[in-house]
Design a protein around this ligand. Structure first.
Ligand SMILES: [Zn+2]
Length: 259
């Protein structure tokens, strides 16, 4: 029996609405503690992943048809889930993109990561949620900003009301990058001293901080943004990490669902 485990439950930033939303980060564990994710792209046999998802959905009281995911492709494409989408079979053929938004209850929007940044959003005034995958490419393309723009444009959200949770990802303790990426991030985040760091002549990037900067620039209040302290590469929780495990890496599932 595989029991999906929530490694980070409802983020503090969402606590006041715990009756209205379910959110957190999860990975699956087999009995022997080896990892079994909810993603299809990590080499787990397909039928096992299907079973893991069923177990996970059962745990959060959800029909498996309402488990929404994306064929993530490091883009800035964001999909809004509308009532007409609910009849589509998304179990095996999800759309391509890296962000999901919905105002429909009981839709579990899931993002899979192994070092990239998962970001969850909730607007308590309009009761709308979003889930986003931001690797370095998505961060540079500003997918977090595009999400805020879509929430304000399509749903009447005010940036000052939106809460954002920036989940566990590769962190500057470990996320060493090449000169080209250092330059790209320096140009984009020249106003922040925390995004690009140097240690012993090597460049390191803080992807979580970069996304926080984007959210604050977009108008979110500092007290409405929470950042996970966990680094996927070195956390004692042994989170899935592509840097550390390469093709053997599972995937962290970050999810948010309106009740
Ligand atoms: Zn680290």
């Amino acid at each position: 029996m595989i029991s999906p485990l929530k490694i980070e439950g409802l983020p503090r930033i969402f606590q006041p609405w715990k009756k209205k939303i379910e959110a957190g980060c999860a990975v699956g564990f087999r009995e022997n503690n080896s990892r079994a994710s909810l993603a299809f792209q990590d080499g787990t046999p397909k039928d096992e992943t299907v079973k893991n998802r069923q177990d996970f959905c059962q745990q959060i009281g959800l029909s498996k048809n309402n488990f929404y995911w994306l064929n993530q492709c490091h883009s800035s494409e964001i999909h809004t889930i509308r009532p007409k989408d609910l009849t589509l079979n998304r179990e095996f053929f999800p759309p391509s993109g890296d962000g999901l938004i919905t105002e429909i209850p009981n839709i579990c929007m899931s993002i899979f990561t192994a070092d990239c940044v998962p970001i969850l959003f909730y607007d308590p005034k309009n009761h709308i949620a979003a889930a986003v995958h931001a690797g370095w490419r998505g961060t540079i393309q500003g997918i977090a900003l595009k999400t805020i723009i879509q929430l304000t444009r399509d749903f009447g959200s005010q940036a000052g009301d939106i809460r954002g949770y920036i989940g566990a990802s590769a962190s500057p303790c470990c996320y060493q990058v090449g000169l080209e990426l250092v330059q790209t991030f320096n140009e984009k985040f020249h106003d922040s001293k925390k995004v690009v760091l140097f240690k012993k002549g090597h460049g390191y990037i803080d992807l979580k901080e970069a996304n926080k900067v984007i959210l604050l620039r977009a108008g979110l209040k500092e007290e409405h943004v929470e950042t996970s302290a966990h680094c996927t590469i070195c956390s004692r929780l042994e989170l899935p990490s592509f840097r550390r495990e390469a093709d053997q890496a599972g995937r962290l599932t970050s999810f948010i669902m309106l009740k």
